[in-house]
Design a protein around this ligand. Structure first.
Ligand code: AMP
Ligand code: ZN
Ligand code: FE
Ligand code: FE
Length: 282
């Protein structure tokens, strides 16, 4: 029997996960995973830092990133895989997102201030201190709100203040799905629609399925069986790649367990061999 399992959706300290890449790899080894992709939000710095460490452990690490985008003002997450780590298109896009997020975080802090919740920009920047190129987002703002005693949990911060449409929410400048797919393709990666079952608008699903994705995420932590079947069928009909992963965030999202969703060797090999042949920098 082939026990190969690769979790293709993992966050680290370089975005809103709580594990360093090294801790993530140790955890992956411990539970017997055979491959992994780091898919931090809008940054590849965790990958760049983690790649030599993963090689030392003989753990195949695939390049990945989860880009934030939107369509008709609704958020859409897009996973990119197997691009070369030094690809200028991908690096430029990450840098654009860094600036976009800086601006957006400033607006969210401003919204909180007008509600009497004072979080200084410097305090948020400090979350960034030990890590070059870390993506700072709403979960980091939520952690500072917990420290101040404004809320008791990240979940409460999203429910009351930071979630879409809530009082302190700001979507930030929009980046379209089309331009994100275009960047990934120019960047020699595969563009995958992330956790499609979490999209509730039928119109949005219809629009997205008409776009030139290479695949969709058909296996996902805690996804119901009927939903999984529906999305696997859609992907098969379109001839799309089916990826899977746990969306592991460590302590930030304790309900998503590393390795709870994964892909088999065949899928991993397809992506990983593309990555190796296009310049993994190793
Ligand atoms: P941002 O990237 O700044 O838009 O923040 C979005 C991230 O926050 C998501 O990718 C999740 O990891 C996290 N998140 C979103 N909603 C919640 C929630 N209700 N509770 C905890 N974390 C959340
Ligand atoms: Zn996240
Ligand atoms: Fe996501
Ligand atoms: Fe994610």
């Amino acid at each position: 029997m082939n026990n190969f399992r690769a979790d293709l959706h993992c966050h680290t300290l370089f975005s809103d996960g709580s594990d360093s890449p090294r801790e993530l790899f140790a955890h992956a080894k411990e539970i017997g995973l055979s491959g992994l992709a780091i898919t931090d939000h809008d940054t590849i710095h965790g990958l760049v830092e983690g790649m030599p460490e993963a090689a030392k452990l003989s753990l195949p690490l695939l390049s990945g990133v989860e880009f934030s985008s939107s369509h008709r003002e609704e958020p859409v997450h897009i996973l990119a895989y197997a691009f070369p780590l030094n690809n200028p298109e991908i690096l430029k896009f990450c840098e654009m997102h860094r600036k976009r997020r800086e601006e957006r975080n400033r607006k969210i802090l401003h919204n909180l201030k007008s509600l009497g919740i004072i979080i200084e920009e410097q305090a948020l920047e400090k979350s960034n201190l030990p890590l070059k190129g870390r993506t700072i987002g709403r979960p980091h703002i939520a952690l500072l709100m917990i420290q101040q005693g404004v809320v008791g949990s990240i979940k409460e911060a999203f429910q009351k203040y930071l979630g879409e449409g809530k009082v302190a929410y700001d979507p930030g400048e929009s980046v379209s799905v089309e331009e994100t797919i275009d960047c990934i393709k120019k960047g020699k990666g595969f563009a995958i629609l992330a956790h499609p079952h979490l999209i509730h608008s039928n119109k949005l699903v219809k629009d997205l399925l008409a776009m030139p994705f290479d695949g969709l995420e058909g296996y996902y932590a805690n996804m119901f069986k009927e939903q999984e079947e529906k999305w696997l069928k859609i992907a098969e009909e379109k001839g799309w790649i089916i990826t899977g992963g746990s969306d592991y965030h460590g302590k930030t999202k304790p309900q998503n367990h590393l390795g709870s969703s994964w892909v088999k060797e065949e899928v991993f090999k397809k992506l990983y061999s593309h990555f190796l042949s296009h310049g993994s920098l190793l």
